[in-house]
Design a protein around this ligand. Structure first.
Ligand code: AMP
Length: 500
């Protein structure tokens, strides 16, 4: 069982601190390993068998982290679920995965009980303070458990994609998918036992669950575990941390607070950003204010992390850097499928030990995106510059094709973002009788900002005519999901009839 043994088992006797909790409590590696073993005992005691799925919709807490690792130790597949999912959505995940057990917050027990019963799943509860029926069962178990043998290729987790287009798919991740990626990131980002990571991300998504937690476990460092991103708590915790991993909104929100300065982050050695594009402007402002260059990386649910800016060497704003050790990258023409020359835009494909095993019970979707020789078609568009840095120009499905020309939203957005008074922009394609699709700029202004359609169009006039927006719509803010991604599909839906 490489995942459990490497990340938890080998430090089961260590008094070193793994977690620092709000309020000053700490959890040692030994304490964490013992709690993991107790949960593993409770899972085995409830009759879960290796390969069974455990669906967990739990509040962020160290107990929920321990439950995830207990799944590994008991050979059970961990299926973490977004805390925002409704009962309707949960019905799909529980039914689709054929979960043998559902673990939820006690407050959701009544709503979930008929759903679990319908699919024959056991239902247990776990709250953020370590209470609930599963926690009680764990309390009665010994702090050691005979780890269920698993091989590197056995499944460790199902992570459902955010499903912004169509049904959410269960990405099947193996023990080695997770472990190899943690090792690659520890090496690339130089994590050691001396590190303390500020953790304010959710733990149902690859970023907070695997990238942050597994990297710290693999390095033997410690983590300040905050329940969520709360600006006061994050500012309070920064001086005690050596690193932070965040989505771009963490950085823009910190920049809007006057308490952010060089002193506050003097102790930090590394800021990492990912899950959504970091504006070049945010990168520059962050450096001006703190003296730190944010290290941006690129990954996804299906592949874990793929590329990263260098630790030493230039962290180039607007790029996601180079492939991680062991990861291969290529860029194919979206029409011909041929590899494009350096500098040209195409679909990004990834191959390596990080790439998942396929989508659960979706052989056609798997075949469409995962080639027999191991290359995964990411659906992201990008290009590699002369120095080998990868630039992401948007999702393939967000590409605008107007009058037969391809418009990459990112290029137009970058031009519009420079207009004074503009907070952020999203460029989308909207059905148009003449052009097929028309370029539309959706613009959010900074608070009190005065920006007209003319100002926006003037900024776009430096681009080729076909890339310039046909119209500009202003709105208070852009719709985002919990990981900070702008929801372009929602915007396309909303403005679909603009040119009727
Ligand atoms: P998810 O599976 O929810 O983690 O979403 C993965 C997608 O997020 C990728 O396919 C990219 O489109 C996007 N993404 C992740 N990191 C970055 C980044 N640093 N810059 C731009 N897009 C990113």
């Amino acid at each position: 069982n490489p995942l459990h043994d490497r990340l938890v088992g080998r430090r089961a006797g260590s008094d070193a601190v793994f977690l620092r909790l709000p309020g000053g409590e700490t959890v040692s590696y030994a304490g964490f390993a013992a709690r993991v073993a107790q949960f593993a005992g409770a899972l085995a005691g409830a009759g879960l068998n290796p390969g069974d799925r455990l669906a967990a919709q739990t509040e962020k807490s160290w107990h929920a982290l321990a439950l995830g690792m207990a799944c590994a130790q008991a050979g059970v597949i961990h299926l973490p679920l977004n805390t925002a999912y409704t009962e309707d959505e949960l019905t799909y995940f529980i039914g689709d995965s054929e979960a043998a057990m559902v673990v939820c917050d006690p407050s959701r027990r009544n709503g979930l009980s008929p759903i679990a019963a319908r699919f024959g799943a056991a239902l247990e509860t776990l709250d953020a303070d370590g209470g609930g029926s599963l926690a009680l069962a764990a309390d009665a178990m010994p702090g050691a458990f005979d780890t269920v043998p698993r091989s590197a290729d056995d499944l460790a987790a199902f992570l459902y994609t955010s499903g912004t287009t169509g049904r959410s798919k269960g990405a099947m991740l193996t023990q080695n998918n997770l472990l190899s990626n943690a090792d690659a990131l520890v090496e690339t980002w130089r994590f050691t036992e001396a590190d303390t990571l500020l953790h304010a991300l959710p733990i149902f998504h690859t970023h907070g669950l695997f990238v942050a937690t597994n990297v710290i476990l693999a390095a033997g460092g410690s983590m300040i575990l905050l329940p969520k991103f709360d600006i006061d708590e994050v500012i309070g915790a920064l001086p005690g941390a050596t690193s932070m991993m965040g989505v771009p909104t963490f950085y823009s929100r910190l920049l809007s607070d006057t308490r952010l300065d060089r002193d506050l982050v003097g102790h930090i050695r590394l800021f990492v950003s990912g899950s959504a594009p970091l504006l070049e402007e945010t990168h520059r402002q962050w450096e001006a204010r703190t003296g730190h260059r944010i290290l941006e990386r690129y990954g996804m649910t299906e592949t874990n992390m793929n590329t990263s800016n260098p630790y030493e060497g230039e962290r180039r704003a607007g790029t996601v850097g180079f492939p991680l050790p062991g990861v291969e990258l290529r860029i194919l023409d979206r029409d011909t499928g041929a590899e494009v020359p350096n500098g040209e835009i195409g679909v990004i494909e990834i191959r390596g030990p990080n790439v998942f095993k396929g989508y659960w019970r979706m052989p056609e979707k798997t075949a469409a995106e995962l080639r027999p020789d191991g290359w995964f078609v990411t659906g992201d568009l990008g290009r590699v510059d002369g120095d080998g840095y990868l630039w992401i120009v948007g999702r393939d499905k967000d590409l605008v094709i107007t009058g037969g020309f391809n418009v990459y939203p990112k290029e137009v957005e970058a031009a519009l973002d420079e207009v004074p008074g503009v907070l952020e922009t999203a460029v989308i394609g909207v059905p148009h009788p003449d052009w097929g699709e028309a370029v539309v700029a959706v613009v959010a202004r900074v608070e009190g900002g005065v920006v007209s359609e003319d100002d926006v169009l003037r900024a776009a006039s430096k681009l080729a005519k076909f890339k310039q927006p046909k119209t500009v719509v202003f709105r208070e803010s852009l719709p985002r999901n919990t990981m900070g991604k702008v929801q372009k599909a929602a915007l396309r839906g909303e403005y679909a009839n603009l040119f009727d």
